[in-house]
Design a protein around this ligand. Structure first.
Ligand SMILES: Nc1ncnc2c1ncn2[C@@H]1O[C@H](COP(=O)(O)OP(=O)(O)O)[C@@H](O)[C@H]1O
Ligand SMILES: [Mg+2]
Length: 235
């Protein structure tokens, strides 16, 4: 579902953020993208969602050729993915409930299905009781979880998360990661950018290390969590 061939990204100021990257990510994979600050991780994600266009190379995501896609078609690409942004990007004048419902309204879901689905995802990310709050009434970690709820609410084929545990305490990080594993086990491709090596070691899966715009390592570590473990842990 993701295919990159000799992709480079040079920003207008001359910074070469990604250099000749080639990789494939298949349906159902659970992938960590790891690297130091400034390594090119966010740039990589921005290419996948076509917020930035690659300078050279070939890139296909969920059936779209991102070197040739027209602007008007980009929303259709984005509907195939749920994105958790590093800076959340919540709508300040909307409540938690409406921020999440907005994503469903944008794709034309019925009010009936919204009333059923939104409370379910709010509960899932542990924000029950905060439905009426505005983003500025929430902590960073709570805003991050609203952003996660919004990313998963439409059941996308793929979830892309930029540092989704960056503002959350270790216990909540763990919970969020387990939710992402659970979503992955139901068939959704999950791509997570993080600099938290402990989480990566603990959860395993495919680890792609980006260093200075290049892929330094791409390997698969054993995964520790399986759905059966989680059911036991939750009882
Ligand atoms: N819009 C931009 N214009 C110019 N340089 C940028 C821009 N965005 C990122 N960069 C540079 O590209 C490199 C990679 O940045 P980024 O992808 O944000 O790294 P990471 O997410 O791994 O911290 C850095 O050197 C950064 O300064
Ligand atoms: Mg970043």
């Amino acid at each position: 579902m993701i295919h990159l061939e000799n992709i480079s990204k040079v920003y207008p100021n001359g910074t070469e953020a990604l250099k000749n990257i080639s990789l494939d990510i298949n349906k159902g994979e659970f992938v960590f993208i790891v690297g130091a600050s400034g390594a090119g991780k966010s740039t990589f994600l921005k290419l996948l969602i076509r917020e930035e266009k690659a300078t050279f190379g070939k890139i296909r995501v969920n059936g779209f050729d991102l070197m040739r896609i027209r602007k008007g078609k980009i929303p259709y690409l984005r509907r195939t993915m749920g994105v958790v942004f590093q800076d959340f990007r919540l709508i300040e004048k909307m409540s938690v409930y409406d921020n999440i419902a907005f994503a469903m309204r944008a794709i034309g879901s019925s009010e009936k299905s919204i009333r059923k689905r939104v409370p379910y995802v709010i509960e899932m990310v542990g924000l029950k009781g905060k439905e009426k709050c505005r983003p500025n009434e929430l902590s960073g970690g709570e805003q991050q979880r609203v952003s996660l709820a919004r990313a998963i609410v439409n059941n996308p084929k793929m979830i892309i998360a930029d540092e989704p545990t960056g503002n959350i305490d270790p216990k909540m990080s763990h919970e969020i990661m387990k939710k992402l594993v659970e979503i992955n086990k139901r068939g959704t491709t999950v791509i997570i950018v993080t600099h938290e090596h402990d989480l990566v070691k603990e959860f395993g899966g495919r680890i792609i290390i980006i260093n200075n715009g290049e892929i330094e390592r791409d390997e698969i570590l054993p995964t520790k969590y399986h759905p059966s473990d989680m059911e036991v842990a939750e009882k």
